[in-house]
Design a protein around this ligand. Structure first.
Ligand code: DGJ
Length: 721
């Protein structure tokens, strides 16, 4: 008797767990549940799918009123304007930001989507909508990531009618906020070397558009939004958030309507967009991920980070912790050669570096940025015996070998361009705009795609390359495409082909890792993150600026993917910060060294060796733990971030003082995320003394860090006893 009772108890969560996706036939209502949020939709009497709820967890679908269809307020304000239509097609009496807009071959544009059927498959829901006249279908696909608290939306548009259509807009979906709050929008914006600047502003009636029209994700805005109830803080308050998985032209429109709805529509940018769909053809939107946090912005970021680690990154939690990397760029720029790289590699290995990456300059006639891009053959003057001797030497030093490539680009001064001038993006008989003396290859073309795949495949086959740093150093211009029916398809096909190349490469070379770089942080999004291990956060490696860039970055993306190097000073802003400060800033992500090691003193090398060893002890916590942003660099002189390991056994506090004034000492820093009942052994990283302190004291009273002067820094290691 005892065994079955115990078994029942153990199985209870499984047996009685509510399904992630529930349908109430009597109310025509869908309820999606994550552990921390719920999302509800219903079919109204006219057959339109209405959004009914997005917010904290609900467990009774009976509580949710069925979709009513609303009512017309006046002849100017039809019911469709007020009902929160889940996926609004442009047709009938609809005037809000549409989720889909088409033109038929006969010129007809009206598209009115009504519920046709649905399918529930475990944590997946598909709602099939059909035009009221034609066989044009949109399937709304939802996937519930329960423990992570994330819902993914995609939309599949299928033309099963008899005539071709032109798609002018296909969005991934619309998120609706509950009525009646003074909402505030958070987003990140920036430019080259100043990415991820976080801004919060009140939402007013009208539309605010965040977007990229540059062909890549872009430094200017990141495809992410967070909306809070107007009073959320780092660790409290309600925050709704979402992010797109798309590395090309994207668009997020945040709209507060005159009917007080706040709705966020996102997907493929409609700017210069067109996709022809013949009968039988279909088009799928990129994914739009959404979540909800009741623990403020910190809770939001931890949710996003967890989700990325478990469900987005290649190999998820099976992937290795990021190795300590060395990159040659800031040390040598284009002046790479075998003896120089060997010498850097020897020094890097002695410091404890695990992955040695040779950056730009190793191929073609690449002595500066004016030539060589496109000619992916090893430069014989710099590497007379090819790359193999260097790669093998790097391996013999106990490090993996990585190589920089910029496959999407071509210098006009290159053999590739001389052979295939038509491969570069251009408008017929018009000037070709160079940026950094280079043009973008039209990767939407299949011949260009195949060429690039072959180049990379050959490199990965020929040499023991563990890691490609895949760069992209300019946006599109003159995106023409000759001899095709619809040149505007270039934007879409380009990104699909970039994804295809990476997917094929990874399938063929399963150990290969990739870093996404686009002149720093120009290609960071959840689409590329499904295909790469790291992203290059910014070309700005100046440590004080980096605190701000990393603060914005960490709102959205996990520290594990945040490539962060220690480089030489003076750096950007002509600023010099101490080596320890530079290390501690970079140790908050995937640590790399980008300095010219030939110029380092013995004391620098000793400090670096110690810091790298310390990083290896804490990197699991930093890369895969929970981040608490205790003091923001936007708020004052003192910045503090704490990382707590998933099992709670280790925590690390990083603190940075910008500049001390009036002999003032920094205030105590109250930690978070610890067990108040536990005792922690606390130690300044790099120092022998240890002290035992309770979690309660650390969180209530806090720790006093001894920081003084300018650019002082410290890190505390906490081990739970
Ligand atoms: C831009 C990157 O962001 C840098 O790190 C470096 O790889 C250069 N390109 C090389 O040209």
């Amino acid at each position: 008797m005892r065994t079955p009772a115990l078994l029942l108890l153990l199985l209870a969560p499984v047996l009685f767990a509510q399904p992630r996706v529930e349908y109430s036939a009597s109310k025509k209502l869908f309820l999606l549940r994550t552990d921390s949020s719920s999302y509800a939709m219903g079919v109204n009497p006219r057959g339109e799918v209405q959004n009914l709820y997005w917010g904290g967890p609900l467990w009774r679908s009976d509580d949710i009123p069925a979709a009513t269809g609303g009512r017309e307020l006046s002849s100017f304000d039809p019911a469709q304007s007020v009902i929160n239509e889940e996926f609004e097609a442009w047709g009938g009496t609809r005037y809000l930001e549409p989720a889909v807009k088409i033109t038929r071959a006969d010129g007809g544009r009206d598209l009115v989507l009504h519920y046709a059927s649905h399918k529930i498959d475990g944590d997946n829901l598909s709602i099939i909508l059909k035009d009221v006249v034609d066989d044009i279908f949109v399937t709304l696909n939802y996937r519930v990531f329960g423990p992570e608290g994330i819902i993914r939306k995609t939309a599949l548009l299928e033309n099963k009618s008899k005539q071709p259509i032109h798609v002018e807009s296909l969005q991934s979906g619309t998120w609706y906020l509950p009525h009646g709050e003074d909402y505030r929008l958070s987003y990140v914006h920036g430019r080259w070397a100043a990415e991820s600047q976080l801004t919060r502003e009140a939402i007013h009636t009208g539309t605010k558009v965040l977007e990229s029209r540059k062909g890549h994700t872009s430094h200017n805005f990141n495809p992410w939004f967070a909306i809070d109830d107007g009073s959320a803080s780092e660790e409290s308050g309600r925050v709704w958030f979402g992010a797109l998985g798309w590395s090309g032209n994207w668009r997020i429109a945040v709209e507060q309507t005159p009917y007080s709805q706040v709705r966020v529509t996102g997907g493929l940018n409609t700017f210069d967009f067109a996709a022809p769909l013949k009968p039988g053809e279909s088009l799928e939107s990129p994914p739009f991920y959404g979540g909800y946090s009741e623990n403020g912005f910190g809770g939001m970021s931890r949710r996003m980070h967890r989700f990325e680690l478990t469900d987005i990154l290649p190999h998820g939690l099976q992937s290795r912790l990021r190795p300590v990397l060395y990159n040659s760029w800031e040390a040598t720029t284009f002046a790479v050669d075998e003896p120089g790289q060997r010498s850097l590699a020897e020094k890097a290995a002695k410091l404890g570096v695990e992955l040695f990456v040779m950056d730009d300059g190793w191929f073609g006639k690449r002595n500066n940025d004016r030539a060589g891009l496109g000619d992916w053959t090893v430069n014989p003057q710099k590497f007379p015996n090819g790359l193999e001797p260097l790669a093998k030497y790097v391996n013999s030093l106990g490090m993996d070998f990585g190589l920089w490539v910029e496959p999407e680009m071509v210098n006009p001064d290159s053999d590739l361009y001389r052979a295939h001038p038509d491969w570069a993006m251009h408008s017929t008989d018009r000037p070709r705009s160079e940026l950094r003396n280079q043009l973008v290859l039209n990767l939407a073309r299949n011949d260009v795609k195949e060429y690039i795949f072959e180049v990379l495949d050959k490199l990965a086959t020929q040499y023991p390359i563990r890691y490609f740093k895949w760069d992209m150093n300019r946006p599109f211009a003159e995106p023409g495409w000759e001899n095709v029916a619809e040149p505007k398809e270039l934007w879409l096909k380009y990104v699909k082909n970039v994804y295809e190349i990476i997917d094929r490469l990874r399938a063929k070379h399963p150990n290969l890792e990739i870093e996404s770089c686009s002149g720093g942080g120009g290609r960071i999004d959840l689409g590329i993150l499904q295909r790469v291990e790291e992203v290059w956060t910014s070309d700005n490696t100046e440590a004080f600026d980096r605190l701000g860039i990393q603060y914005g970055f960490s709102q959205i993306y996990a520290p594990k993917v945040m490539s962060a190097w220690v480089t030489d000073v003076p750096n950007m802003n002509s600023r010099s910060t101490p080596l320890r400060y530079r290390f501690l800033v970079a140790m908050q992500g995937a640590l790399g060294i980008g300095a010219n090691l030939n110029k380092w003193t013995a004391a620098d090398a000793t400090m670096a060796t110690g810091m790298i060893a310390a990083y290896k002890q804490i990197r699991g916590t930093v890369q895969e733990g929970n981040l608490y942003r205790l003091l923001s660099p936007q708020a004052g002189e003192l910045t503090a971030n704490e990382y707590v390991s998933q099992d709670g056994k280790q925590a690390v506090l990083f603190a940075f003082l910008h500049s001390q004034q009036y002999r003032q000492s920094p205030p105590a820093i109250r930690l978070a995320g610890l067990d108040p009942k536990a005792t922690y052994r606390v130690q300044v990283v790099g120092q022998p003394n240890k002290q035992d302190v309770s979690g309660a004291f650390l969180m209530q009273s806090g720790v006093t860090v001894r920081l003084a002067g300018d650019y002082d820094s410290t890190a505390l290691l906490l081990e739970r006893l």
